[in-house]
Design a protein around this ligand. Structure first.
Ligand SMILES: NC(=O)c1ccc[n+]([C@@H]2O[C@H](COP(=O)([O-])OP(=O)(O)OC[C@H]3O[C@@H](n4cnc5c(N)ncnc54)[C@H](O)[C@@H]3O)[C@@H](O)[C@H]2O)c1
Length: 255
């Protein structure tokens, strides 16, 4: 989604989960608005392929596992060294493993927590001092799954629920320093995470979403950019549904 705005000229921004889906669209959105971006992906090859056509003047690529305790400091240091500081962090890398409490293995529970919760914690912890220097912002990709429950998704729900309250608590702690922390809460979005869904499952989602379709990643990226920008200067601690009206429903059927 090309933007006519130029809100991030000269700013240094880190985006995690950058090689695909919402993260990739977010990198592209920030670049189109003048930012300098450090894009973190899990695997180098996938990341390089994703940005093969991109001018590298204002973009640097880094790879690694966000659950690794040593990675976050390296990514922040690289952003500061190459682009002179850090204004904004987009915590977006995530994964989901389905299952009820009986079906979900401890290993899959732990991995989801490590990536979706501890990964966000580690990046925010490493970035906050630099962001404070620039009175910047953090935006996290949570989910409607962090606002209410899904069937067969207990681990993912728990992890995104943790992100929802991490955002609120961090917003309280850092508002006085001029730093804002918010989240987007997408419903079904056409990305790597949903590409394995059957037509039947997609139809079920479409039926529940009042707008009648899933989101495109660019539509989520546009809201991430809004929350990161000074346009949202008085928005703090918010978990904003970007869900085509899904959470407007109390759950009763459409008649
Ligand atoms: N697609 C949806 O329907 C949907 C809905 C709500 C929220 N979300 C959230 O959006 C975020 C982005 O996901 P997406 O939908 O773009 O899917 P995606 O699978 O295309 O993107 C997720 C990215 O995170 C990266 N990643 C996963 N584990 C990682 C790790 N340990 N270290 C580093 N990178 C890692 C993946 O390589 C991938 O590029 C996730 O946090 C996801 O939970 C997605």
């Amino acid at each position: 989604m090309e933007s006519h705005l130029n809100r991030f000229g000269g700013m240094s921004i880190i985006v995690t989960g950058a090689a695909s889906g919402i993260g990739k669209a977010t990198v592209e959105r920030f670049l189109s608005e003048g930012a300098q971006v450090t894009a973190l992906g899990h695997h180098r090859e996938k990341l390089e392929k994703a940005f093969a056509d991109q001018d590298m003047d204002r973009l640097q690529l880094m790879d690694g596992d966000v659950a690794e305790p040593d990675l976050a400091a390296k990514v922040v240091a690289a952003a500061v060294e190459r682009f002179g500081g850090l204004d904004i962090l987009i915590n977006n890398a995530g994964m989901g493993k389905g299952g009820t409490i009986e079906e979900l293995s401890l290993e899959d529970w732990n991995r989801q927590m490590a990536v979706n919760v501890t990964g966000y914690f580690l990046m925010a912890k490493a970035a906050i001092a630099k962001i404070r220097e620039r009175k910047g912002a953090i935006v996290m990709t949570s989910s409607v799954s962090g606002l209410g429950g899904d069937w067969n998704f207990v681990g993912y729900n728990a992890s995104k629920g943790a992100v929802t309250n991490m955002v609120r608590a961090m917003a309280l702690d850092h508002a006085g320093e001029g730093v804002r922390i918010n989240a987007v809460c997408p419903s079904m979005t056409k990305t790597g995470m949903t590409e394995g869904m059957s037509d039947d499952t997609i139809a079920k989602f479409q039926q529940r979403i009042p707008t009648g379709r899933g989101a495109n990643p660019e539509e989520i990226a546009a809201v991430i950019a809004f929350l990161a920008s000074k346009d949202a200067v008085f928005v703090n601690g918010v978990n904003l549904p970007v869900d085509g009206g899904l959470s407007a429903s109390n759950g009763q059927p459409a008649l």
